[in-house]
Structures are given as C-alpha cells and as structure tokens.
Design a protein around this ligand. Structure first.
Ligand SMILES: [Cu+2]
Length: 173
C-alpha cells in the first residue's frame, strides 16, 4: 500500500516537472524550427548553415547550382538585404561558401583553394556542407551591399575546385 502511494507521488512529481518544462518552452517558437544557436558574440560570428530553412519570407531568392564541370551557375548581382539562397548540386561532390570581399582579395593556398585559416573573423558568411548530385539546401543570409566571393572550396590534392574555376564574384547592391 505504501509502495502504491509512493508510485502515485512519483507520478505526480513527473507531471509537475513536465508542466514546468512546458511553461519554460512556451516562447512562441515553432517546434519545426531548429533551436537557435546561443547568442554569444562568438556564436554570432558563425556562418549561416545551408539546411532546410524556410526562405519564403525573403524578398530575394537566388539559386546557385554547382556543376560537374566545376562551375557555379547563378546570378552575379544580388539585392542587398535578406537573401533566401538555394544551393543545388547537379553533378560531382561540392560545397558552397560565401565570403566577404571579391575573388582577387581572397587568400589562396598553393592549390588555389581559399586559405580559410587566413580569412578575417566573420568573413565566412554562409556555408553548405559537401554534397552530391541531386542534393540541395536552403538558407537565409543578410547581405549588405558590397563585393562577395561565392566558391566551392573542395580541395583535390594539388588542385582545387576553386583553382579550376568554381569561384565567382558576386556584387550586392
Ligand atoms: Cu566543387
């Protein structure tokens, strides 16, 4: 009998805990959106990760395709502000990055890949992980007016996709 009561008390405690957790989480967030990164200064400098973000709210929705011929197909001029970017891979294995500054300003390795260790803090604004043909992702990134480099920074031994032409200047105005 006392065992039975203990069981009921435990159940009541769990219910209270669940209620407390429910109240704490009731901040208007949709369950489908990923939890935001901690809003520390360090986290704020992290690039936007291309994922499955809902970009329907963005006024500008440019699309970029990474091809087997090691090109990036897409607009080279964009409107400043929120851009809902779609990245597609039509052939081969690629990644996609947006860097502040034009192509000639980027630090390069001997194989012509971008030397990311030499980028200034916050220069990498957006990135899509390596992905293969048929895959795509979306992300929302705010681009102030300026010059940018859109690049696939995959390295292949003594060569790189950037070295073979998978890098473009994009002007935002
Ligand atoms: Cu590539």
């Amino acid at each position: 009998m006392s065992k039975h009561r203990l069981g009921r008390q435990a159940a009541a405690s769990v219910a209270l805990l669940l209620l407390a957790a429910g109240c704490g989480g009731d901040d208007g967030e949709k369950a489908s959106t990923p939890a935001p990164a901690p809003t520390t200064a360090a986290a704020a400098a992290q690039p936007v990760q291309c994922a499955t973000t809902d970009i329907s709210s963005a006024a500008n929705k440019p699309e970029y395709t990474l091809t087997a011929a090691l090109t990036i197909e897409g607009p080279t001029s964009l409107k400043a502000g929120a851009n809902g970017i779609t990245v597609k891979v039509s052939g081969g294995q690629h990644e996609f990055k947006i860097l502040k500054g034009n192509v000639v300003s980027q630090p390069r390795k001997a194989n012509q890949a971008i030397d990311e260790a030499k980028l200034t803090a916050g220069a990498l604004l957006f990135k899509a992980n390596p992905s293969a043909a048929g895959q795509s992702c979306t992300g929302l990134v705010t681009l102030p007016a300026g010059a940018y480099t859109f690049v696939c920074n995959v390295e292949a031994g003594g060569n790189s996709h950037a070295g073979r032409g998978q890098i473009i200047d994009v002007t935002v105005a």
